[in-house]
Each structure stands twice: as structure tokens, then as C-alpha cells.
Design a protein around this ligand. Sequence first.
Ligand SMILES: *Cc1c(COP(=O)(O)O)cnc(C)c1O
Length: 294
Amino acid sequence: MQSLSALKASLTLPSPLIPFNPSWHGADKVSMWVKRDDAIHPIMSGNKWRKLSNALEAPLINNIVSFGGGFSNHLHALGYACFKLNVPFTAIIRGDYSMSPSPMIKDLLAWKANIEYVDRITYKQRNERTYLQALQKRFGNAMIIPEGGSQHEAHQGIKQMVGEISIPFDVLATPVASGATLAGIASALSRSQRALGVGVLKGQGYLESLVSQFIDEDKENWSITHDFHMGGYAKAPNALTQFCRTFNDTMCFEIEPVYSGKVFWAIKQLLEKGHFEKGTRLVILHTGGLQGAR
Ligand SMILES: *Cc1c(COP(=O)(O)O)cnc(C)c1O
């Protein structure tokens, strides 16, 4: 068993910020860096650690309960942290994988997590008060963390990530699924900076409403592009898988098609279209998630 400080000491923090100079059309007009949150830890996915770090500061004596799909980066990160911290963890998973557990679920089992498979209808109740109260009672006053680790406390960890960026920049780009990462970034940026979200699922309007719900102030320094979800969540047409493969063969770090692949793909297309003003200083957040590609 580890203490939280020992667990933190095993992480690469601050995460590296590396210059990014691909030979893409239009890339010479801007300056780019990648904030390598994928390098924080080989198991704990980058933005999931950021979102959880604050919740784990609370005294952890009871069960932790959380939700996700069968390949969830969030359950993976949280399951690993709970195992290291010796906190009982229950993962409520959408769908029944008992006959064919995913690599993520196999890891959770090895980390002694309690797994409950639920059908879609039950899973839909994951944010409903009465359902959560019943769960909390059943698991002995458990701490319940929402799907994706996306709760208000998640802001603080995302702000720390922004604070680590020691160079001046204009735009910070990130993938968007639950919106908590983008919301945290937007609230941390100064007035002259912009957060650019890349929607990884079909959700024009919906994703914006998720982000707004996490932001207290009326911030207008963020936007989401919906042109690069490539058919929906975890949908990866050939062009995208090929792009990721070439990227991974030629760059010094890796991407996967669900999150980071779509962000780098989007940046490449936007550069080609001349979307960014000449001289723009762009930081791309690599949120990690490479385990999901297994
Ligand atoms: C969960 C996840 C995201 C999405 O972050 P949100 O805060 O839910 O928008 C992005 N990248 C990776 C690798 C993730 O695991």
C-alpha cells in the first residue's frame, strides 16, 4: 500500500512540454508545442489523473464507486490509484463483459476492484440522485465519482496543468467528451488566450452545454469544433487509423484514434485551411489514453 504522496512521487509531474514541428502544410506559419500529459504515468491516463487528483486528497476510508464503459480510461486510472492506495473500489460498467473482459477490465480485476455490470437502462441513472443515494448506502457511505471523473473538483487539477505551461501561448487545444477538461482549461486561461476543443463525438450544442455547466463565470474564451468526430465516439475510419499509424511511426510520441488522434488530425486540417493566424502560439494537450487502444 502507498500513501497519496508516494503515488504522486511516482508520476512525471510537471508533465513535459515539447516543441512540435511536423512537416504538415501550414505548420511553418505557427509555433506549436505538445503538453505531454500522456507521459504522466504509463497506466494512469493523463487528464484522468488531473481530474482525480483533488478528489483523492480527501480522507479515503470508505469505498469509492464510479462509472464507465468497458474501455474507460477513467475507471482504469481510478482503479489503479485505489489499488495503490488500498481503497476499496467498485466499478459500475455499462454492458456485460463477464464472458469477455476487455484488457481494461482484466487490469481492474488484477487490482482487486469490485465490478458490477449493469444494463443501459440502469446505467442511464448514473447521475440521478435517488440511484446515487441508494448506491452510497449500499457501499457504506461511499464516495461516488461521476463518469469520466468529471465533477467540479476536477477543475483544480486541470488548472494545475495549465499553470505548468511555462511559455507564453495563444491557444490551448484539447479533446472534448464530457467537457470537464475544456471547462477547466477555459477557466484557467487569461483573457487573451483561447481554448479550442475538438469534439470526439457527435454533439453539436450538447457538448457546449456540458462545458457551460462546469464553468462558473461567463467565459467566452472557448469554442468547440465539431468537424472532426469522424462519425462518432470511438469511430475510426481508415483515414484516421492510417493517420495515427503514420504519426506513431514518425513522431517521438504516440497517439490513439479515440481522443488524441482526432485532435492532431483536426490541427493538421485546420493548419491546411489557414485557420490559425500567422504567428499563433499553439499548445496541444495530449490527454493520454493509450491504454484504450489495446
Ligand atoms: C476522458 C478523456 C478525454 C475527454 O475528457 P473530458 O474531460 O471528458 O472532455 C480526453 N482524452 C482522453 C485520453 C480521455 O481519457
